[in-house]
Design a binder for this molecule. Structure first.
Ligand SMILES: Nc1ncnc2c1ncn2[C@@H]1O[C@H](COP(=O)(O)OP(=O)(O)OP(=O)(O)O)[C@@H](O)[C@H]1O
Length: 346
């Protein structure tokens, strides 16, 4: 079955193997004892991340979702070693983060990673312009170049004219936009974004989403993005990882998450989604049947896009082609109608 909208390059930039993060007095000792005796009580400890195994291909937009407290922020902090993991391994471009010295880690973050977290982390005694230019200063860029780039980014996030303000003079949403501008300024290979748009008003939020999609398309960035907003996730994600109690319940394309939920929890979590808006025709493609004739439809269309045609087209099987006009197979009109009408999982 073809994957629609997924990354084209499959080399992993980040890999996690059995990653655990336990908060408490002596988490490493507790993990070792727990491994020897799984029925041991964990009273006094919080298992924020449990046995997460994950490969993030270069260029992927991975969206992490889950209820509050499910471990999203902790997992993302483990991926950049902002916090040390208790068990397992995290590698970035093949380098095990646990083996890096503090200096190597800082260098890796500076050259490769950008981060936007819920707390904005702005420097209070520097102006907005200086805040955005700060990571470029750390990279040794000369003043004129870094200020020009910072101004460009501030305009992008709608803060032109506020360059000389201090963070305390801005609203929460504006401060968040400064944080986003700062992370965009360095064009990192890997972006970690923890609910970056949550304080933005809907119009700016959509513009920022578009900007992310544009940059991602242009530069093959890897983006790991936490959100509570399913619409945002569906707009942005190549894959969505759904977390519960520190575990990843399912990590899959939006199509597969809604059509084939791996667990009851994922089915419940996604129950309210209008599947016809998410599922692309490409995910229903089967080998061509002899009955599939006539004009093909595009694999990238959602079922909602084709609703009108599905109702009036009398063909039982309709051919499907990709963006280059190559015939991929056909889909059964009844399968698409089932999704459109909210009946059963295909
Ligand atoms: N520094 C810490 N010390 C102790 N417990 C922590 C710490 N940081 C996180 N936790 C706990 O780990 C669990 C996962 O927290 P985390 O912040 O990763 O969840 P989340 O899914 O990102 O939540 P939210 O959506 O509310 O941001 C929670 O039970 C939280 O209380």
């Amino acid at each position: 079955m073809p994957q629609i909208g997924g990354p084209t390059v499959t080399e992993s930039i980040i890999t996690c193997r059995n990653v655990c993060k336990i908060f408490g007095d002596n988490p490493a000792k507790h993990l070792a004892e727990l491994t020897a005796n799984p029925s041991l009580s964990s009273a006094g400890y919080v298992h924020a991340v449990r046995n997460v195994t994950l490969d993030v291909p270069r260029g992927e937009m991975l969206v992490v979702m889950g209820l509050s407290g499910s471990g999203k922020s902790t997992l993302v902090r483990c991926l950049s070693r902002l916090i040390d993991i208790t068990g397992g391994t995290v590698t970035v471009e093949g380098r095990d983060l646990a083996t890096l010295s503090e200096a190597e880690l800082i260098d890796l973050r500076r050259r490769k990673m950008g981060m936007v977290f819920q707390s904005f982390g702005l420097l209070p005694h520097r102006s907005v312009l200086e805040n955005v230019a700060f990571p470029l200063e750390m990279r040794g860029q000369e003043r004129g170049t870094r200020y020009a780039r910072a101004r460009e980014m501030l305009e992008l996030v709608g803060l032109k004219g506020r360059e000389d303000y201090f963070p305390r003079e801005l609203s929460g949403g504006q401060q968040q936009r400064v944080g986003i501008a700062r992370s965009l300024a360095v064009e990192p290979d890997i972006w970690f974004l923890d609910e970056p748009f949550s304080a933005l008003d809907p119009l700016i939020r959509r513009e920022m989403q578009d900007e992310f999609l544009r940059l991602k398309g242009l530069m093959n960035k890897t983006i790991i993005f936490i959100t509570h907003d399913f619409d945002e996730a569906l707009r942005l994600a190549d894959r969505i990882a759904i977390m519960k109690d520190g575990r990843i319940e399912q990590c899959d394309t939006p199509d597969r998450i809604v059509l084939h939920p791996a667990t009851e929890y994922v089915a419940k979590f996604t129950a309210e989604i209008d599947r016809a808006r998410v599922v692309r025709i490409g995910s229903l493609v089967r080998p061509l049947t002899s009955g599939a004739e006539g004009g093909p439809v595009q694999a990238s269309c959602t079922i909602r896009d084709l609703a009108r045609q599905l109702v009036s087209d009398s063909r039982s099987h309709i051919p499907v082609q990709d963006g280059k006009g190559t015939l991929l197979g056909a889909f059964a009109r009844q399968d698409a109608l089932d999704v459109l009408l909210g009946d059963g999982v295909c």
